[in-house]
Design a protein around this ligand. Structure first.
Ligand code: 5AD
Ligand code: FES
Length: 348
């Protein structure tokens, strides 16, 4: 089955379910994923500097620690100057992609977002700017694109409508989420999507639907991480997802999408201390360390026990360098664009 997945970049739904169901084949699965990753990207690991510029959010997603309904979250916003300052520090550290991530915060008008984008692009012309600021009208996305944004991250969270409505309030819908993703693609963004692994009520069928949706969308980046419960959300009593299933999915994704950018996520590093290194060994090729000012990091808590939020986090870049090298890969200093967007098998 693993040989078939590696050759064709695809399996039947039933085969995928079998592969997902147990850890029996993990060793050969991860080895095959690493082989494909090395054939396409060598040992290169791309880094993105994550700037979490606001934790205000108008949404109330049931899983998320910065949901509107969480009155215990201490809210903050960075000014455009502070964001520029973060990017400047990141540039010195070797980052050539900046990801501006935040809750859906209406304080930042399209004009403000565009100004921030164009200031970063003007000062750092060799860098890519990625936005991760949620659902917006197509006109807004177009304005960001014109201002110079290159990429947009918007996880679909789950491709099953019924499951989507168990994770989100009635005001949100999978149709709108998908519409945003297609709009972004049409405008020309390199799009990143993805989903949480082990989110409440998720079934193996749901995960297969996620993989099928990703085949349709053909995103440049696919981000997955375990769901981790947050104590001040309605999902506080649900079990978190596991590193094991997340790693299995990272490997399956690498085999299904040989050219995709697949991050070893912070959530994976949170659920297991060596999660990100194991992610790299299972096919991931991107890490996204935190560039946010140390003073606000402990307030951007989507889930409990998030790593890299303390004072030591100023050292993330060096720390990751060591971890990545120890895992047998190498951080490279450039924008780190996807090699191509095609999915399907790759000859190795
Ligand atoms: N556990 C894991 N991931 C989460 N996200 C939000 N809340 C959680 C949580 N409790 C993820 C979502 C979102 C991304 C920015 O973070 O998938 O798209
Ligand atoms: Fe943040 Fe290691 S990557 S401290």
């Amino acid at each position: 089955m693993i040989e078939k997945l590696k050759r064709d970049g695809d399996l039947s739904d039933d085969e995928l379910k079998i592969l997902l169901a147990s850890g029996e084949r993990d060793a050969p699965l991860f080895a095959a994923a690493d082989e494909v990753r090395r054939a396409v990207y060598g040992t290169d690991v791309y880094i993105r500097g994550l700037i979490e510029f606001t934790n205000h959010c108008k949404n109330d997603c049931l899983y998320c620690g910065i949901r509107r309904g969480n009155g215990l979250a201490e809210r903050y916003r960075l000014t455009p100057d502070e964001i520029l300052e973060c990017a400047g520090q990141g540039y010195e550290l070797g980052f050539r992609t900046f990801v501006l991530q935040g809750g859906e915060d209406q304080h930042y008008t399209d004009e403000m977002i565009c100004e921030i984008i164009s200031r970063i692009k003007k000062r750092h012309g060799d860098c890519a700017v990625t936005l991760s600021i949620g659902e917006k009208p197509k006109e807004s996305y177009r304005a960001y694109w014109r201002a110079g944004a290159d990429r947009y991250l918007l996880r679909h969270e789950t491709a099953d409508g019924a499951h989507y409505s168990k994770l989100h309030p009635a005001s949100m819908s999978l149709d709108v989420r998908k519409r945003c993703l297609w709009d972004l693609k049409e405008i020309g963004f390199q799009v990143g999507s993805g989903f949480m692994v082990g989110s409440p009520h998720q079934t193996t069928e749901n995960i297969v639907s996620d993989l099928r949706f990703l085949q349709e969308l053909e995103p440049a980046m696919i981000g997955i991480g375990p769901f981790i419960s947050h104590k001040d959300t309605p999902f506080r009593n649900f079990a978190s997802g596991t590193a094991e299933l997340t790693l299995r999915l990272v490997a399956i994704l690498r085999l299904m999408f040989p050219y995709a950018l697949i991050p070893a996520t912070t959530a994976l590093g949170t659920i297991a201390p060596d999660g990100r290194e194991r992610g790299l060994a299972a096919g991931a090729n991107v890490v996204m360390p935190n560039l946010s000012p140390v003073g606000v990091r402990k307030h951007y808590l989507l889930y409990d026990n998030k790593i890299c939020t303390g004072d030591e986090a100023a050292e993330c870049r060096k720390c990751l360098e060591a971890k990545v090298a120890l895992a047998g890969y190498e951080i490279v200093v450039h924008r780190g664009d996807a090699k191509t967007h095609f999915s399907g098998g790759v000859a190795v």
